[in-house]
Design a protein around this ligand. Structure first.
Ligand code: PGA
Length: 249
């Protein structure tokens, strides 16, 4: 599989920021891009972003509801995102788990809803600082995988993003050795849980990925891409990160 570079804009982005998407497209358009590139702007910008990217960059959502439709004021379903032109959706981001109380079971339902709608889901997992300090990082991530990844998932329906909470937005990415160790562990867990398909599911790293550290992180064994927050808001940085992806092996 090609590496997958995902830009997560979070709750940033007005109409004016669509110009960044045009600039990213301009920066990568004439290159033989080695990676799949996906930008997840706020839902309000999805339909316009889809028009801008000319099919060369994928556009996704940042969350979806577990149901297709219904009396859920303010929520957006995976089917609606697909209808707006999205091809993927992030689910179970630690900010959703933390601020909206999303459990693994809810995340699994969201990933299933995305799958049914024909969207790739980027399922986020990761330990917090005290869990890392207490030596619980591996077991926390394993439990999140088993709880959040729908059984029967394939490399075309899901990617898993390992994002240690303390690395998100802190300017301090995890150590390369720790990233490599966790990616290998996530791979083993996925293989136990999904069988042969678990070998192919892309495992992304996220947490303070920047234009300066992306090449080193993307070159680590087993890393299938990056989930990028802050650095995805500036076209030049995100284009550099996208160009740092490795050729598929
Ligand atoms: P960051 O965010 O790159 O700003 O650390 C990553 C994320 O939250 O997905």
């Amino acid at each position: 599989m090609r590496q997958l570079i995902v830009g997560n804009w979070k709750m940033h982005g007005l109409q004016a920021q669509l110009a960044e998407i045009s600039a990213i497209l301009a920066a990568v358009k004439h290159l033989p891009l080695q990676a799949d590139v996906l930008i997840c702007p706020p839902a309000t910008l999805i339909a316009q972003a889809v028009v801008i990217v000319e099919g060369l960059i994928a556009i996704g959502g940042q969350d979806c509801h577990t149901d297709v439709d219904g009396p859920f004021t303010g929520d957006i379903s995976a089917v609606m995102m697909k209808d707006a032109g999205a091809s993927a959706v992030i689910v179970g981001h630690s900010e959703r788990r933390q601020h909206h109380g999303e459990t693994d079971a809810v995340v699994a339902k969201k990933a299933t809803a995305a799958w049914n709608a024909g969207l790739l889901s980027i399922i986020c997992i990761g330990e917090n600082a005290s869990q890392r300090r207490d030596g619980e990082a591996f077991e926390v991530c394993a439990a999140q995988i088993v709880g959040s990844v729908p059984l029967g998932s394939t490399a075309f329906s899901v990617a898993v993003a390992y994002e240690p909470h303390w690395a998100i937005g802190s300017g301090q990415s995890a150590d390369n050795d720790d990233i490599a160790a966790m990616i290998a562990y996530v791979r083993q867990t996925l293989m136990k849980f999904l069988g042969a398909e678990g070998i192919k599911v892309r495992i992304l790293y996220g947490g303070s990925v920047t234009a300066s550290n992306a090449a080193d992180i993307l070159a680590l064994a087993g890393v299938g891409g990056a989930l990028v927050g802050g650095a995805s808001l500036a076209a030049e940085d995100f284009a550099r990160i996208s160009r740092a992806a490795l050729a598929p092996t």
